[in-house]
Ligand binder design. Sequence first.
Ligand SMILES: [Zn+2]
Ligand SMILES: [Zn+2]
Length: 141
Amino acid sequence: MHVQLLKSKGLKCTPQRLMALKIIEEKGHIDIDQLFENFNNSGMKIPLATLYRILGELSSVGILHTVTLSSQKTRYEIAKGDHPHFLCEQCGQLEDLHVAMNEIVTIAKHACSYSTHSVSIMLHGICQNCSTFPTTDKEEG
Ligand SMILES: [Zn+2]
Ligand SMILES: [Zn+2]
């Protein structure tokens, strides 16, 4: 599947590119440090600079989508159309929200006179895991 994806964008199927796609698909969203760590764990050594280059290439042809975060490292995911995200501000977990964006995007585009080329919606908060184990000693029945 990834082989075809690379070929369709005119990229060679190198083991590193395929491994990067495999890991990113498994993890959903990943930053470069986590990806680098996963490469090392898999036994495939790769220089960090090469990894940067691969992510740049895959992003520029549209195979990868980047999620830019103000307080954290950029996350990469396999591109699958615009979707909103939820970011846990405690553990940094990034989740896809399965919500149709068409309506809000249409309204927003009408509200501004600029030409819009991309849209991102990010919800911030505390994920379920973090709210189950609060760091404060406040208890709820
Ligand atoms: Zn969390
Ligand atoms: Zn996503």
